[in-house]
Design a protein around this ligand. Structure first.
Ligand SMILES: *Cc1c(COP(=O)(O)O)cnc(C)c1O
Length: 425
């Protein structure tokens, strides 16, 4: 069979009902599973048999959605987590311990930045930040023998930097460590990081994957491509795990070593699992993901082009614009579109930006991005309101900056709303 297109995998997934079985994946709202013999259950506890044991670790509904997303990204396995934050944490913590460190691009989501710079530091794990402007030599200098991975976002939130995945994969692999990529904004519809050498992918499914601003969740996907044994830096994967009678993940699970350990050890111990009902809802959203992302991207492209010509707009940041310094990277990594988030500046600074936001009718003021309804946020007067103009500039968030998350409504209605709001400035 020829490999199915992403659009088809979004709709069809991997669920194959047998004769007379439900067409749609059932919701297995059960915490536990019945077995005929204690011996079988014992084998499950030792990871020597396949099957579900307890829904903190795995559940058939959740497993189906995990397989669906693994198929979309082209990975060997995936685990759903309770949030995007949990996915970022587990993806890193699965292969780091106290006394070790990792390298992350500095242009990442604020929540992830806080997790890496503050909370994980308290666990004795140090994050070394690489600026997007750094040369290969400057990044090389961040590594030492205790560095265990490199982390970045395909399309950063909110800066909209496009990650040169091939470049960072090469740097990571030269140092014998994997590249982990947060692919939340593009989704696998616009970019599949594994095709460019990334080893692990994470998502906040709260954003475009759900796309309805209804459910919080995350996912980790393993490409199966990183050779943990050859690297020699990951005894947690290549030597016996005492909490499972000496299982060696690379011996027993091969290409799925990383993702199996993340589930049976970390989800088991930390409990940040996803629920069957929420997984079912996420799966319904995945069916329309390709359609939605195409519309988000084309609407955002048109709005960005409109804003660029408007006299009251001082600058527009959208990688789909030829004027963007990210455009060359976008052509390579996001040829099908650049997703729905735009940042732009309004002439007249903080006051003008606030007047603009208050005048929007269709675009709602919410602290969220990436759902089907157009929304708008002025960070300087909301999420970052305690900062002075100078501090805002240093953080790369000018007092005039407005962030729009362009929805899937008709573009004419979106343009009309923005036009009348700009007229009110
Ligand atoms: C929102 C977001 C997260 C965090 O996800 P939650 O589901 O809110 O925990 C991580 N990465 C990116 C790029 C995000 O936009």
């Amino acid at each position: 069979m020829t490999k199915r297109k992403t659009e088809t995998v979004c709709v069809q997934g991997t669920y194959q009902p047998k004769n007379g079985e439900p067409r749609v994946i059932p919701i297995y709202q059960s915490t536990t599973y019945k077995y005929e013999s204690g011996e079988h259950l014992g084998k499950l506890f030792d990871l020597k048999a396949d099957g579900h044991m307890y829904s903190r670790i795995s559940n058939p509904t959740v497993a189906y959605v995990e397989e669906h997303i693994a198929a979309l990204e082209g990975g060997v396995g995936a685990i759903l987590t309770s949030s995007g934050q949990a996915a970022s944490f587990l993806a890193v913590f699965n292969i780091t311990s106290a006394g070790q460190n990792f390298v992350s691009l500095s242009s990442i989501y604020g929540g992830t930045l806080n997790l890496f710079a503050v909370t994980m530091k308290r666990m004795g794990i140090e994050c070394r930040f690489a600026l997007p402007s750094m040369t290969d030599e400057e990044i090389d200098a961040l590594f030492d023998e205790n560095t265990r991975l490199v982390f970045g976002e395909t399309l950063s939130n909110p800066g909209l930097n496009v990650l040169d995945i091939e470049r960072y994969a090469k740097i990571a692999h030269k140092h014998g460590v994997p590249l982990i990529v947060d692919n939340t904004f593009p989704t696998p519809v616009l970019c599949k990081p594994f095709e460019f050498g990334a080893d692990i992918v994470t998502h906040s499914t709260t954003k475009y994957m759900d796309g309805h601003a209804s459910i919080v969740g995350g996912v980790i996907v393993d490409s199966g491509n990183f050779d943990w044994s050859a690297s020699g830096k990951y005894p947690e994967l290549t030597t016996p795990d005492e909490s499972y009678h000496g299982v060696v993940y690379t011996d027993d699970f091969g290409k799925a070593a990383y993702i199996t350990k993340a589930r049976v050890q970390l989800i088991r111990d930390l409990g940040c699992l996803q629920q069957p009902l929420v997984s079912f809802m996420l799966n319904e959203s995945l069916e329309s993901l390709a359609l939605r992302i195409e519309r988000h991207s084309s609407n955002a492209q048109k709005l960005a082009e409109f804003l660029e010509t408007h006299e009251k707009v001082s600058w527009v940041n959208y990688p789909g614009l030829p004027s963007s310094d990210q455009h060359e990277l976008a052509k390579k990594y996001l040829p099908k579109g650049c997703s729905g988030v735009i940042a732009f500046g309004i002439k007249g600074g903080r006051e003008a930006a606030m007047r603009f936001m208050d005048a929007c009718r269709l675009a709602a003021i919410v602290v969220h991005v990436a759902d089907s309804r157009t929304c708008v946020l002025h960070p300087a007067s909301t999420t970052h309101r305690q900062l002075t103009d100078k501090q805002l500039e240093d953080a790369g968030i000018g007092p005039d900056l407005v962030r729009m998350s362009v929805g899937v409504e008709h573009i004419d209605d979106i343009l009309a709303d923005i036009e009348q709001a700009l007229a009110a400035v």
